[in-house]
Structure formats: structure tokens, C-alpha cells
Design a protein around this ligand. Sequence first.
Ligand code: MG
Length: 256
Amino acid sequence: MFRSPFRMFCVAAATIAVSLSVYAAVHSASRNPLDYEIHDMNRPMAPVVTPGTFSENCKPPSDAIVLFDGSNLDMWNGKWDVKDGYVKVIPKSGDLVTKQAFGDCQLHIEWSADPDSKGNAQHKSNSGVFLMKIYEIQVLDTYKNENKTYADGQAGSIYGQYPPLANPARPAGDWNAYDIIFHRPHFDQNGKCVKPATATVFFNGVLVQDNEAIIGPTSHAKRTDYKAHPDKLPLKLQDHRDDPIRYRNIWIRPLD
Ligand code: MG
């Protein structure tokens, strides 16, 4: 069949190349949420990285709106517990929601998982940063991927849509920082979404969401289509009714 060693080599090399490309296509982690069922347990978890010390407990820039400086909840509606420079979720007390509404923004927020949590999976220090009360950047104790859950529900995920690109979470009790750049969705006069919301997220200084197009409101176990809403809505922090996780040093820079 092979008249020369060279031809045999060419056929073998081509076969290997095709096989490798097929393998890569099947096994590489797609960023398209629609390539996966929501909360697909087979979706690859984000690779663990050890973060540096960038961005933790940083001082806000002079033009930021300080939403929480450790002293009071004057900028918020809700009844969480303020002490020692942080605010702690009182489970089952309800969410914390800003009095002011925001659209496009740069947001800095720090959070610390509960070291005494008895929960697991989505019940281990679950909370969330909801841009416009609708689009959730997940907060969860997923330090070193030891808490088994679905990739699109890891800390730093756009919940139910995009796992983080990396997992730089610190252990429960330590502080984590999110720096989020968010652009709101745009709707036409008929209420049709003509430009999806986007989010870029740095997690402890590590890029975990790279200008991802959010495919609709984030929700548990179902994907929903955009529905027209105002250009500005409040920021919400989630009471998931489990653990008393902590937040501190929250500031925002409206970009519109
Ligand atoms: Mg959550």
C-alpha cells in the first residue's frame, strides 16, 4: 500500500493531525454557554491558581461612590450586621440592595466565606453580586475546587452561564476581591434586546471573565431570555439563606 517510507510517514502524520484536532474540538472547554446544559456537572472546573496580593482592601479612587466603608449601611436597604469594618449576611433576613440605581459601572467589592460553614456544594457560603439586581456574579466557597459543585456556579462565574477562567479563591475566612466592569443590555422600542450585557471580572487580581456577553438574566436551573428593563437598577447582594458570609470595601464608578 505504501510505496515509500516517506509516503507512509505523510499518511501517519496526517492521521495524527486530524485525530488531535478532533480530540481538541471535543475536549476543549467551550466558552459558549449554549454548548452545555445549565449546571452541567461534566463542564470543566476552572484551573486553580494562587492569587497574589493585588487589589485587596484597596482605597477607593477619588471619584468612586463609596457604597460601604465599614461603618454603616446608609447607602443600602436591608438589615445585615455591621461590625469590625465589615457587613455580615444575617441568613434569612433578605438581600441587601443599594438605594441608588446603576447601569454601566466599575465595581469593587470584597467578600469572605464563612470558615464555620457546615454546608456543601451550592450551600457553602453562597451569596452573589447581582448587577442591576438581575445578573449574578457568583459568590461561593470554592477554594481549590475542594467544594464539589458545577463549574457555572463556582465563585467568579456568571451564574449558570460562564465558569470563571481560573479559580484564584482564597480559603474561607480570608478576604477575596472582585473588580467588575459591567455594561448593561440595550433594548429597542419593542423591548427586544439589541445589545447584551457584558461583564469583565478580576478575582483577586486574576482575570476570570473576559468581556463575556451575558445571554439573559441569570437564574437557577433554567435559562431565561432578556426582558426589557430600565437603564439603571440597584445593585443587590444575595442572602442565600445559608451562611453568614462577609462583605467589605464596596465602591462603584458609574461609567455612563
Ligand atoms: Mg449565589
